[in-house]
Design a protein around this ligand. Sequence first.
Ligand code: KG4
Ligand code: ZN
Length: 340
Amino acid sequence: MIILTIESTCDETAAAVLDDQLQVLGSVVASQLALHERFGGVVPEIAARAHVESILPVIDEALRQAGLTLAELDAVAVATKPGLAGSLLVGLMAAKSLCLALDIPLVAVDHLQAHIFACQLDCDQDLFPCVGMVVSGGHTSLYNCQSPLEFELLGGTIDDAAGEAFDKVAKMLGLPFPGGPAVSAAAEQGDPGRFQFPRSFLNDPERLEFSFSGLKTAVRYQLAGQGQVDFEQLDISAEDVADISASFQEAVVDCLVGKAVLAIQKTGAERLCVGGGVAANRRFRLRLQEQAAEQGFELHIARPELCTDNAVMGAIAIERLKAGLTESLELDIQPGLVRG
Ligand code: KG4
Ligand code: ZN
């Protein structure tokens, strides 16, 4: 069985061709970074228009890499939630058109579940049941995953997502968008112990939740006090940028790792599977590995290029297809929260 997967939830236009053994036959990610960079964030209308331009060439290239034609596809899968409405619509329309023209099934993908499933791509053993964790630009959530079709939410952020906090702190520090890689690179030279930033809920064993807005505000106060300030005018030394980045990153990582371990303890699960853009963070990966060794659970983190948005993780659709969970052409998008 050969499946085409399409991903256009935010600002990457991606397509992949996979078989039912999870072999990746073709995979293309067209980044829109250059279009959004100067705005310091993703501009939804620009994203949607760029998807329109890229979607057909991206699908074409994924098929070319696979050495296959459209006629050889058995199904098309597309991420329908969550994401930017205009962006999601472009992917869904492309998927529906192909399914109609080729008379093959349409499969809906939940982008957050796909982020967790990215771990399965590099693993021969079945990763379910597990605790699944998504740490991305729009979400920071823990799930009890009984199977690739059953995701029960254990807890999430009550305000900002971890990735969003990285992006906002980067902006305050005058670092480029997206902030995660920039803050993480600056943190390499910094002292994580110089500033004591808050770690919300970390010591509350009853809460499997996150909150990063207080941390973001604490960084703001550290940089500029409580008054109005134009961050572009602030002159922050390289040492301060590095120390604030390292101290901020350590606070985020403490919370993420602490709650992931708590979820493992509460559910009794033996395995933790982590995906999403922030899971590419080196410090986070290292700290998770230390905890896995110490606490004795099995750890799977998506490989860095499968942490950020891609279509390969849409392979979760194969599980839905096998279970007969296909969609009619009436299928609609579910934008939900703005970013996945
Ligand atoms: O999953 P993703 O590619 O997109 C969605 O939000 O769906 O995640 C993007 C987020 C951005 O906030 C970005 O700053 C963050 O992931 N990110 C990182 C790193 N690489 C990307 N955050 C921390 N460290 C990184 N190395
Ligand atoms: Zn994502």
